[in-house]
Write a protein that binds this ligand. Structure first.
Ligand code: HEM
Length: 255
């Protein structure tokens, strides 16, 4: 028989005074209030899911560009298989790149949560303590996570690394490669041609672009695991928040 302090019975102490007046049954019932905060505005949520889709298409088509499918017999113009795959890659690439610019814009005009994937408060001791606490929580070394309205500090590190650093790296290397097809007069060459000053052998840019894909695939696995895990184990909602924008807390205790 679990004692009254063990999970999930520890919430018993939070029975709302006066709940019986509302018709609640206090005989062994757990009654907690759930506060809800609106965190992620619609543009942030739309961008998140559109970007997720675009990146999945980019990974699948990019993988095939680097390791093309078997030779297809007959005239290339009759099937154009790799052509369609490349076209799909470039279409998703434009969706991702334009989406990133719009998301950057929203970082300026949206609420303060919208800015948090673009910087790390490295100067804040409280933030560093949060990083350590969350790392210990993910490693099952803490009994309980803290409550966060936006991203927890560890999640913020992974968001900044992935959504900002690696997205930019993929866009820069991708458009540099694209400029080779478009020619030296193209806007892609004018804006991203400098990449070949750093890496004169364009095969190196291909390799970096491909390595970037594997980093992103690894991130997606960790991101989905952490989202599901925190949705189940943390003190607040995760996945529904990325649809509704609202974070609902599961207890009213202090952070
Ligand atoms: C998450 C984002 C992206 C992923 C995962 C991704 C993945 C890949 C991969 C794995 C390759 C094959 C590299 C190789 O082995 O040679 C590739 C090629 C390429 N990607 Fe991306 N890419 C992304 C974004 C972009 C963007 C934003 C552009 C911009 C236009 C782009 C343009 C290209 C081009 C031009 C190629 C070479 C195509 C060819 O040689 O036929 N990619 N991509």
């Amino acid at each position: 028989m679990p004692d009254s302090t063990s999970y999930p019975f520890r919430f018993q102490e939070q029975i709302i005074p006066g709940v019986a007046d509302l018709g609640g049954d206090l005989n062994g019932e757990m009654v907690i209030t759930r506060s809800t905060v609106y965190v992620y505005e619609a543009p942030v949520r739309v961008w998140h899911w559109v970007n997720a889709l675009a990146v999945m298409v980019l990974v699948a088509t990019g993988f095939l560009i680097g390791r093309p499918l078997f030779n297809v017999p007959g005239e290339a113009s009759d099937h154009f298989l790799m052509g369609y795959i490349r076209f799909t890659h470039f279409t998703a690439a434009y969706v991702m790149a334009i989406g990133f610019l719009l998301r950057l814009y929203w970082g300026f005009v949206g609420n303060h949560h919208a800015r948090r994937i673009f910087y790390l408060p490295l100067w804040s001791k409280k933030w560093w303590r949060g990083v350590i606490h969350e790392a210990r929580w993910y490693a099952f070394l803490e009994e309980e996570p803290k409550k966060y309205i936006g991203h927890n500090p560890l999640a913020q590190i992974s968001m900044v690394t992935m959504f900002t650093f690696f997205s930019v790296a993929m866009i820069v290397t991708g458009f540099a490669l694209y400029s080779q097809g478009e020619g030296a007069d193209s806007w892609q060459a004018k804006v991203f041609g400098w990449v070949f000053l750093l890496f004169p052998n364009s095969q190196d840019v291909h390799t970096l672009h491909r390595l970037g894909m594997w980093v992103i695939v690894t991130f997606i696995i960790i991101h989905v695991y952490a989202g599901l895990r925190e949705d189940i184990m943390s003190r607040q909602t995760m996945i529904s928040t990325m649809f509704s924008g609202e974070r609902q807390f599961r207890d009213d205790r202090e952070v």
